[in-house]
Design a protein around this ligand. Structure first.
Ligand code: HEC
Length: 171
């Protein structure tokens, strides 16, 4: 009788251990999957220009002053096509686009501002001057320059325009 009881408890024990092992395996794999998924979702997604978001952001946050075609009012708001894509070919010009008050202080996220700026560059400027190449903005470039406080916006623009003119006359 005792022997049978012992066998039974042994059996129960081994079954219990087997179940425990299975549970452990399942638990560890589940943990692994959770950690993998969260590490993937935490990694920064590469920026991809969203044309629809760019158009909507431009319409809602910029167009009031810059007009639908980016030509501004010809008085206080400059025409973006005047120096257009040439500005985007120099570092200071790119920083200028990101850090002018209308851009940097807009309620848009960095990604939303990148979309609005790319909308300007691609749809308003490049579509009119297809021979000029330029590099798109991305979220990290916007984040890097957005906090730059310009002391003299007009002076900075003048400086950039001079650089562009020097570049074009040197060619
Ligand atoms: C309240 C009016 C206003 C709004 C809204 C506005 N801007 Fe502007 N923007 C200006 C003015 C004025 C200038 C000229 C520089 C200055 O004085 O800030 C300018 C200059 C610029 C320039 C430089 C263009 C050049 O050729 O010198 C860019 C780029 C620009 N804005 C982008 C934007 C973007 C992007 C938005 C929307 C997220 C926006 N602005 C919203 C008024 C505005």
């Amino acid at each position: 009788m005792n022997y049978v009881k012992m066998r039974l408890t042994k059996l129960a024990q081994s079954k219990f251990l087997a179940a425990l092992r299975v549970l452990c395996c399942v638990g560890i794999s589940a943990l692994g999957i959770i950690m993998f998924v969260s590490s993937v979702s935490m990694a920064a997604e590469p920026y991809v220009y969203n044309q629809d978001a760019g158009r909507v952001n431009y319409m809602l946050q910029c167009q009031g002053c810059h007009k639908a075609n980016g030509e501004g009012d010809g008085v206080g708001v400059p025409s973006m096509s005047e120096h257009g894509l040439a500005m985007l070919s120099i570092e200071q010009g790119r920083r200028f686009f990101i850090s002018v008050p209308g851009s940097s202080l807009s309620p848009l996220s960095d990604q939303g501002l990148a979309d609005a700026l790319n909308y300007i560059a691609i749809e308003l400027l490049h579509s009119a001057k297809r021979d000029q190449t330029f590099q798109q903005f991305d979220t990290s470039e916007v984040a890097r320059h957005r906090g730059y406080k310009m002391k003299d916006v007009a002076g900075e623009r003048e400086h950039i325009v001079k650089q562009i003119e020097q570049q074009t006359s040197a060619h």
